[in-house]
Design a protein around this ligand. Structure first.
Ligand SMILES: Nc1nc(C(F)(F)F)ncc1COP(=O)(O)OP(=O)(O)O
Ligand SMILES: [Mg+2]
Length: 217
């Protein structure tokens, strides 16, 4: 497959849902069904933190969610675990600053989608140089989902990178809801990435629809 274009990547980043078994109280597959119905554009499997599944259980859940995504043409990205991504033939991988280098991951995954989390402009330029297809910037607002998250940074870095003429697809992450998503888009992000706003919503489908409206304006 060919490397994804920036234009296609920007479309996919609009409402980027991230989920692992620890982020929801109901069945993850039921949450996925409703989130897909509600209009998510991209999905990341992030099985991490206290109580996360391991080994065969992790693989089985990933496989089941990937199948659902494939049935609805939603690309399936794996967080951190490059070997899991390769064994599932996932559509891509997302890595952070504590994971192996973007260049090393690019080497392993070929033309699959490669996303990198960055917190500074230096990390952004480095990630681009090493072949990232999109950058995750955050946490924009405070979050309790990621146990080792940094302090909320607002949208300053998104604005700075756009002011400097950076055109790489960007997605904001961290404490984003339908209420504050417009701020993230106005700052220059191509989309928003959420976990709790969807995974723990009273109505997953309704919350996803509200996020889509907030992003598409
Ligand atoms: N998982 C993520 N996905 C995104 C995305 F851009 F996809 F929205 N941005 C940022 C992160 C955070 O990635 P990382 O810093 O490695 O921490 P963790 O592995 O705990 O998620
Ligand atoms: Mg990571």
């Amino acid at each position: 497959m060919e490397i994804i274009t920036d234009a296609k990547m920007r479309e996919l980043l609009k409402v980027y849902f991230i989920l692992g078994s620890t982020n929801c109280t109901q069945d993850p597959l039921e949450v996925m069904h409703q989130a897909i119905e509600g209009g998510i554009t991209l999905f990341q499997y992030r099985e991490k933190g206290t109580g996360a599944l391991l080994g065969e259980d992790k693989y089985k859940l990933a496989q089941a969610i990937q199948k659902l995504c494939q049935q609805h043409q939603i690309p399936f990205i794996v967080n951190d675990d490059v070997d899991l991504a390769l064994s599932l033939n996932a559509d891509g991988v997302h890595i952070g600053q504590e994971d192996e280098s973007a260049a090393a991951v690019r080497e392993k995954i070929g033309n699959k989608i490669l996303g990198v989390s960055v917190h500074t402009r230096e990390q952004a330029y480095e990630a681009i140089q090493q072949g990232a297809d999109y950058l995750g910037l955050g946490p924009v607002f405070s979050t309790t989902t990621k146990e080792d998250a940094k302090a909320a940074a607002g949208t300053a870095l998104i604005q700075t990178l756009r002011k400097e003429g950076l055109t790489i697809p960007l997605v904001g992450i961290g404490g984003i809801t339908a209420e504050n998503a417009p701020l993230v888009m106005a700052a220059g992000a191509d989309g928003v990435s959420v976990i709790t706003a969807i995974s723990l919503a009273d109505s997953v489908i309704h919350s996803t629809q509200k996020l889509c409206q907030a992003v598409y304006g």
